[in-house]
Design a protein around this ligand. Structure first.
Ligand SMILES: [Zn+2]
Ligand SMILES: [Zn+2]
Length: 298
């Protein structure tokens, strides 16, 4: 690789060893004459995690990236101030050289990339000190990423022109931001809908009640119907996630009926009385015995 090409290995589609071998056997050649054209800058990829609430409302985030920029000293020419790139003396500006080779299978001629200029057709006698002749310099940049409302795990945002600077006047690459959504303590997401579990007491489930259920915008009042069964769900319309395509999803509340693990004497007496009223003959068990029973089983 010559001076101009030192930092040019960024194009993911060019210059693979396989291509070189292919060229060697099938005689495919670069376009003749002159220097290679502009080369587009490499695309960059970064990962960005946002909260579920940020995914719901959209958010602007500043991210720091390191990327190749056009060298501010030589403005991308790679040559020191007052000097200029010159035609490569080895290939006389062709960018490639032709060898004659004798092998066990006979002799054949082979075209190779010029070893001095690396195919760039020009050499830089006095390279820019700042970028050592590459014409580009690595720099840290802060970039604002606008995350739209309704993004999902794995949503990829494209920021055109925010990738690396091109070579020899080529256009800039793009920046891709791969989004991840941080797990939420209360809500889980299925498509546009949010799901959450809300505990209610035995008495609340039997009698019905007015409670507050959490949403991404804060608690909203909800009436529990009397006779609520364990695992019952209710839908709070429009409190799910916005969608990039459709309208906003719903919040699905899953009720967990909580059976008390400890009872006071008075509570036990009332529950027995309650059972008796419903014609049940209950023989209450001692908590300690039950605990021993359970530990023997496990
Ligand atoms: Zn420079
Ligand atoms: Zn050359």
């Amino acid at each position: 690789m010559g001076a101009l090409r030192d930092h040019g290995g960024s194009n993911p589609f060019g210059g693979s060893p396989f291509e070189d071998i292919f060229d060697m056997f099938f005689g495919r050649e670069r376009p003749q004459g002159g220097e290679p054209g502009p080369e587009r800058g490499t695309d960059l990829r970064v990962a960005l995690e946002v909260t579920l609430a940020e995914a719901a409302t959209g958010v602007e985030r500043r991210i720091a990236i390191a990327r190749e920029e056009t060298c501010p000293v030589c403005f991308g020419t790679g040559a020191e101030k007052g000097s200029a790139p010159e035609t490569c003396p080895t290939c006389r500006g062709a960018g490639q050289v032709r060898y004659s080779r004798r092998t066990a299978f006979g002799s054949f001629s082979q075209v190779s990339t010029c070893p001095q200029c690396g195919g760039a057709a020009k050499v830089i006698p006095h390279p820019c000190v700042e970028c050592r002749g590459s014409g580009r310099a690595r720099a840290k940049r802060e970039i604002t990423v606008k995350v739209p409302a309704g993004v999902e795990e794995g949503t990829r945002l494209r920021l055109p022109g925010e990738g690396e600077a091109g070579m020899r006047g080529g256009e800039r690459g793009d920046l891709y931001v791969d989004l991840a959504i941080a797990p939420h303590a209360i809500f889980s997401r299925r498509g546009r809908d949010l799901h959450c579990e809300v505990p209610v007491s035995m008495a609340q489930a039997a009698l019905g009640d007015e409670i507050d259920v959490p949403t991404l915008e804060g608690p909203v009042p909800l009436a529990i119907p009397p006779g609520l069964q364990p695992g019952a769900t209710t839908t709070v319309r429009g409190k799910g996630m916005p969608s990039l395509r459709d309208g906003r999803g719903d919040l699905i509340v899953h009720f967990q009926v909580v059976i008390p693990e400890e009872l006071t004497k008075e509570e036990e007496r009332l529950l027995l009385q309650f059972g008796k009223l419903r014609g049940e003959d209950i023989k209450p068990q001692k908590k300690t015995l039950l605990g021993k029973f359970r530990s023997r089983l496990s």
